[in-house]
Write a protein that binds this ligand. Sequence first.
Ligand code: HEC
Length: 132
Amino acid sequence: MVSKIVSTLVAIAMAAFMGTGLAFADEDLAKVGEKTFKRKCKLCHEATKEKNKLGPNLVGIIGRKAGSVEGFKKYSDALKNSGVVWDEESLTKWIAKPKDFIPGNNMKGFPGFKKEKDRTAVVAYLKSLSAK
Ligand code: HEC
């Protein structure tokens, strides 16, 4: 009887531990992504304020229709007419190789991330901003 209670408690403790472990892993990934974003994207994009640079701002990018920032005049027709709504999957493909995902786009200064880790980290960062 006692051992059953103990093993139940152990199971609960382990579940709780694994749960927080997962949350930490997500947060770590978003932190890595923030650094990568600063190095590779921030030159052209703000993600935390609605300010356009060489590229449109990325505030609330998850769930946003491609090419829909008002006041950003330099969108390509290719992006505007792509019919894409940004989610994790489309963002990951976009930053893997923009010109393959939407041919004729205007994000010429960024060829794409070869490393999967870079892609997932940056998308995790953008997602963490949307969650706030
Ligand atoms: C040299 C400047 C430059 C860099 C670097 C750059 N971008 Fe862009 N980005 C642009 C431009 C310009 C556009 C508009 C493209 C078009 O209209 O075809 C764009 C468009 C986008 C869009 C679509 C936005 C919308 O409103 O639909 C996303 C998402 C995006 N970039 C993410 C990123 C991410 C993430 C990085 C870093 C990995 C990055 N970009 C790096 C210039 C840049």
